[in-house]
Design a protein around this ligand. Structure first.
Ligand code: NI
Length: 181
């Protein structure tokens, strides 16, 4: 079977965690730990890459390594806000965003990935502090996604974002493996 360059760890719904809407302590701890480790793991994934390698697409017509790193920061800023909205308001409508267009803006083009790595380290400190203190029953709190037109639980979001970090790190590590970098 040929390698799936776009979904190297599979899609979210293929992950065993995701179908389980019921709260489980062990799954929660694993997912929060993965989110906690993400900034260090993505930093490790790009270690010693040079400028040309950072500007290489992780797959044909895909984002560059640089865009992937800045995208993870973009996405997780939104994630943090979604959790805080969901914890403090009753089924608030969240704001989808055009991630492909965000990845074309000047900050993604012109700012060093070190800035987004630092941002991820600090952002995840605050985000994980929030996650660790969500009470068992609060995981079933919802936000409303206007494009999917459905209510999504914070529990579902936890699965989504633990997968999301691993998904993008694999884009970078698999690219390095294929190229012997
Ligand atoms: Ni993404």
């Amino acid at each position: 079977m040929s390698e799936d360059l776009r979904y190297p760890i599979g899609k979210l719904d293929e992950q065993s965690f995701t179908g389980k809407e019921a709260f489980a302590e062990d799954l929660k701890k694993t997912a929060i730990k993965e989110i906690e480790l993400l900034p260090q793991l993505i930093e490790n994934a790009v270690l010693n890459l040079d400028e040309a390698q950072l500007n290489a697409p992780y797959r044909p017509d895909g984002w560059t390594v640089k865009q992937v790193v800045h995208h993870v920061a973009d996405s997780h800023i939104n994630a943090y806000i979604r959790f805080k909205l969901g914890l403090t308001e009753n089924n608030p409508t969240i704001k989808p965003y055009e991630e492909a267009l965000w990845a074309e803006l000047s900050d993604t083009k012109n700012i060093s990935i070190n800035v987004s790595l630092t941002l991820l380290h600090t952002l995840h400190l605050r985000w994980v502090e929030v996650l660790k203190n969500i009470k068992d029953e609060e995981w079933q709190r919802t936000v409303f996604h206007p494009e999917a037109k459905k209510e999504l639980t914070l529990w579902r979001f936890l699965a989504t974002y633990s997968w999301h970090g691993k998904h993008h790190i694999a884009h970078i590590t698999k690219l390095r493996e294929r190229n012997g970098w």
